[in-house]
Design a protein around this ligand. Structure first.
Ligand code: HEC
Length: 111
């Protein structure tokens, strides 16, 4: 009986381990994309405290006003742009944009 249960658990553990292994580089990629595409205006920590950010009067991406938005809203905003912000749907894949939206949550928690 015990052996049987262990056999059924093994694939689940294997699955969990692969998800963790796959998720780590994905997060790294979003951080790299953010640094190369977004940080010039929004600063690497999201504060908007850059020369460009100040001239555009950027808000803080870690602020509640941004963080309270749904993932779908953030994704739409990054895809289509808004005001002085260019849209990224032609430059980044839908998946990269989704990961960036998730990365904004990571920045929000770091404050
Ligand atoms: C050229 C400078 C510039 C770059 C590069 C840029 N942004 Fe922005 N971003 C802006 C400006 C300007 C706004 C404010 C838009 C407005 O509210 O009119 C903004 C606003 C935002 C907002 C907040 C929207 C809101 O509702 O307040 C998010 C989220 C955001 N940017 C994410 C990103 C991400 C992710 C990237 C990289 C893919 C990026 N931005 C690249 C200039 C930039």
């Amino acid at each position: 009986m015990k052996l049987h249960a262990r056999r059924r658990l093994a694939p689940a553990l294997w699955f969990a381990a692969s998800v963790l292994l796959l998720a780590a580089p994905v997060r790294g990629d979003a951080a790299a994309t953010y640094k190369s595409k977004c940080a010039v205006c929004h600063a690497s920590n999201g504060s908007g405290d850059t020369a460009v950010g100040k001239s555009l009067k950027l808000g803080d991406l870690r602020s509640p006003a941004v963080q309270k938005q749904t993932d779908a809203q953030l994704i739409a905003m990054i895809s289509d742009g808004k005001g002085g912000m260019p849209g990224y749907k032609d430059k980044l894949s839908a998946d990269e944009i989704k990961q960036l939206a998730a990365y904004l949550r990571v920045l929000g928690k770091k404050k």
